[in-house]
Write a protein that binds this ligand. Sequence first.
Ligand code: LLP
Length: 434
Amino acid sequence: MHHFRYVGQNLRCESVDLAEVARLYGTPTYVYSAATMADNYTRLARAVGGLDAQICFAMKANSSLAVLRHFARLGAAFDLVSGGEIRRVLAAGADVRRSVFAGVGKTEAEMRLALEQGIFAFHVESEPELARLNHVAGQLGVKAPVAIRVNPDVDAHTHAKITTGKSDNKFGVPLAQAAAAYAAAAKHPHLAVKGVQIHIGSQLTSAAPFVEAVTKVVPFVAQLKADYGISYFSIGGGIGIVYQDALASGQPAWWDAQPADRRPLTPEAYGAALVPLLQPLGLKILLEPGRFLVGNAGVLLTRVEHLKRGAGKNFLIVDAAMNDLIRPAMYDSHHEIVPLHRDTTRRALTADVVGPICESGDCFAHDRLLQEVGEGEYLALMSAGAYGSAMAGRYNTRALPAEVLVHGGAFELIHARESFEQMIANEKIPAFLQ
Ligand code: LLP
């Protein structure tokens, strides 16, 4: 469920007319619904209410300061993956001490920063990393809290680029080698064994792979509790969202109409499947959702530049591009595209929706059925709140997009559009070319 819907002919986010945002701040602009984020957070927290659970928002999905502050206020901690993300959490005035630090290649400087800021735990991915962390903690005269990421070798049935829990992925320590990794961790004098972690992939649309992975590692987790007195088990992120019927899925009626065997994963189904498996462990359970919390809470607004009628194909050229939202180019992902002003009297149009970047991959949708729209009209790419702005770049010297947060009937710019001067600020012409 989310808070984007047509009121009359105009698409609104909560009580704000999105065309008004586009006119005021220009396009391409990401717009987020604070209420949708809060609803998602609350629903998930309730669904795992039977556990001693802590939600750590995987901020790689959306690391805007305002979004971080919003989740911090709701009670979230964070799943961090870089020194930059640690600094962002601090800049948002949020708490690093309940947050976890993941990633396969943490540098010594990042480890130091995390330790100085009192990180809750490091999610360690290899024995060499254990040795490095032990060394850094020793230099600081502290004990680093650690959990080892165990790779359960489960197929998450998701896109190859976002599956992580198979043995041929670079992530985690294979379950068969995990006991040895814990023994190695326990021998390091500057490490404190605190927990265990798994994460099998992203955009999972059924609870089954989560159940399979948790079931597979639970005996090992119980053994770790007995052997090392671990206090928590992090089950990672990965809950999928609805991309195909994104707009309709904002309404409860849409969910009611879905056949039981084809209903997308809900936090309630996730909780119902996992809570009984986790409860008997008597451990604190960490969740690391990214996409689920923010994905359907954001849209990318774009303006139509031209409708180019080609030989047997139409191209709707818009002012957003793959640098703003790379998911379709990178994962062939589907984002529903809807007009900000709906007009059912117009003819239908089938077109490729493309950006202005000079490569064919700069395409948001192939042969998409839309209402006919012309130059200057606005469209929204739905479900763009996760891995949208966070993955944006400057290819073709295009500025990073603006971001706006809606709260009820109010909206505010939370990330101003980058200026050309900001884009080139760190560049210089070397002496020999002057
Ligand atoms: N925990 C760990 C250790 C992760 O690696 C990830 C995501 C998460 C949690 C959060 O997963 P989520 O709940 O968002 O599925 N850029 C891709 C997704 C990459 C996910 C990377 N890891 C996309 O746009 O689909």
